[in-house]
Design a protein around this ligand. Structure first.
Ligand SMILES: Cc1cc2nc3c(=O)[nH]c(=O)nc-3n(C[C@H](O)[C@H](O)[C@H](O)COP(=O)(O)O)c2cc1C
Length: 453
């Protein structure tokens, strides 16, 4: 398989596996590209590469890089069922691989540092959902360095265009970059950061992980070698992905706050506008023939990066501790990180599915619904999961609830402090109730063989 080291080599891999669609019709970055990306994500279609953007000659736009299980597996270099294990390996501290420093960064080819020449509105930063407050960078990775410890960090912060060089930068209190910003702000100092856009998906996935060290090391663990990083042109940040398509450099200003938002949030509703820190851009730098990358907010890729991939390894660890029969776990992206599925190879006793569900709830507070199934159910296929829920659950007997449990405070089903009811569902078949016929199945065929000619 082609080696992946940047976005372009990943696009080659997607091409080889028919997981990319080139859209040549001119499209508008105001809603239209997001509508197309969202449609591709929910219908299982390939990821769209927009070749012509109305008003943005010279730029292309790509979205939905890791929006389904196939593409996640391609990005991680494993098969569909190996994703949880691949992420578990990548997140083990002993597997961390430090980045390799290079001066050779293709994005340093075109550099704008004259403040009067920088105009963010001339970058193809889309307006995504219909009620979003403005044009947002959603797929940019914030690269920062703690001012005291010097430890580098990657993460995501939505950024709304508020002026030619000004972005409202959403930073919530749990983020590493929040700690760096707070440390600088306490001394009245700006924090230099870079935003890297258009990346090897190993870096995009690593940036979504909560990790004490520098997330470039997770990307290294995914690739089995250090990823290339470089120093900023105008800021003291030294772990900027060298092969990014586009990099914005600048400072989070001390003491400044401005309203940004709303934006489609991870739970699938619009959030409130936030009074957020302000990022002033000092440099815009990009590769030849640049590709702008975006994440459709509140949709599959957003959930995969933020809620599925970082959490499946932990879920697996907790449920495997509860039962030796766990075969696989999945957090379906269309359930926004609130529902988990656990698959048992066999059942040793009737109470096992319930214990497994309790193990799942202990793994992460966001998990509110746990469905336990057997090995004949395809946990990546929503219709198969629905079939198991429909034909294998006696809703009076196979369900247990835990009221008053802590969940996420933004979970729309919980109260404003995140308190709500968790529900475990035993959707396994063999409950000794009555004999029944075998499940119908048809062998899958390779359709292409029948459709050509
Ligand atoms: C697409 C996407 C958008 C996100 N947007 C924000 C955001 O606007 N503000 C924020 O504080 N966190 C946001 N997050 C969450 C974190 O930045 C991210 O999960 C990261 O892991 C933070 O980890 P760290 O504290 O280890 O740096 C987003 C995550 C994803 C995947």
């Amino acid at each position: 398989m082609t080696e992946i080291y940047d976005l372009r080599s990943y696009l080659d891999v997607l091409e080889q596996h028919s997981q990319i669609v080139h859209i040549h019709k001119p499209v508008n970055i105001i809603h239209e590209t997001a509508n197309i990306g969202a449609t591709c994500e929910r219908t299982g279609a390939p990821a769209p590469l927009f070749e012509q953007l109305i008003g943005y000659d010279g730029w292309r736009l790509f979205s939905s890089a890791v929006a389904n299980q196939e593409r996640v597996a391609l990005a991680l270099g494993c098969d569909k069922r190996g994703v949880t294990a691949a992420m578990a390996r990548a997140l083990e501290p002993q597997n961390a691989i430090a980045p390799l420093y290079t001066e050779n960064a293709p994005w340093k080819r075109h550099v704008i540092t004259d403040p009067t020449a920088i105009d963010l509105s001339r970058l193809p930063i889309p307006k995504h959902a219909v009620d979003d407050g403005g044009r947002f960078i959603t797929g940019g990775v914030t690269v920062s360095k703690h001012p005291e410890s010097g430890i580098g960090n990657l993460g995501y912060n939505r950024m709304e265009i508020l002026g030619p060089r000004t972005l409202g930068m959403n930073i919530n209190q749990w983020r590493d970059v929040q700690r760096s910003h707070a440390a600088a702000e306490a001394k009245g100092e700006p924090l230099g950061i870079a935003v890297a856009i258009g990346l090897d998906p190993a870096l995009s996935i690593a940036a979504g992980c909560k990790y004490d060290g520098d997330e470039t090391q997770i990307a290294g663990a995914i690739r089995g070698r250090g990823v290339e990083v470089t120093r900023g042109i105008t800021v003291d940040v030294d772990t900027i992905p060298a092969r990014a398509e586009l990099v914005l450099e600048g400072h989070i200003l001390p003491g400044a706050r401005r309203a940004e938002g709303p934006l489609a949030e991870f739970h699938g509703y619009y959030g409130e506008p936030w009074n957020s820190p302000v990022f002033e851009v000092n440099a815009v730098a990009y590769r030849d023939n640049p590709i702008f990358q975006t994440i459709v907010p509140g949709w599959n890729e957003h959930i995969y990066i933020g809620n599925v991939l970082p959490r499946e390894p932990l879920l697996m660890r907790f449920v495997s501790h509860t039962s030796k029969n766990v075969q696989a776990v999945h957090i379906p992206p269309y359930t926004n990180g609130f529902l988990v599925v656990v698959q048992l190879a066999k059942k040793t006793n009737m109470g096992e599915p319930r214990n497994v569900a309790m193990g799942a709830f202990a793994a992460h507070p966001n998990f509110r619904i746990c469905v336990v199934v057997e090995s004949d159910v395809n946990i990546y296929d929503p219709s198969d999961l629905m079939w198991a829920l429909t034909t294998r659950v006696d809703w009076g007997r196979d369900v247990f609830t835990i009221p008053g449990a802590q969940g996420h405070e933004m979970d729309p089903a919980n109260d404003s402090k995140g308190i709500g009811t968790k529900i475990g569902i035993d959707a396994t078949f063999d409950k000794g109730r009555r004999p029944y016929g075998a499940r119908v199945s048809y062998p899958m065929v390779e359709l292409a063989k029948y459709l050509s000619e």
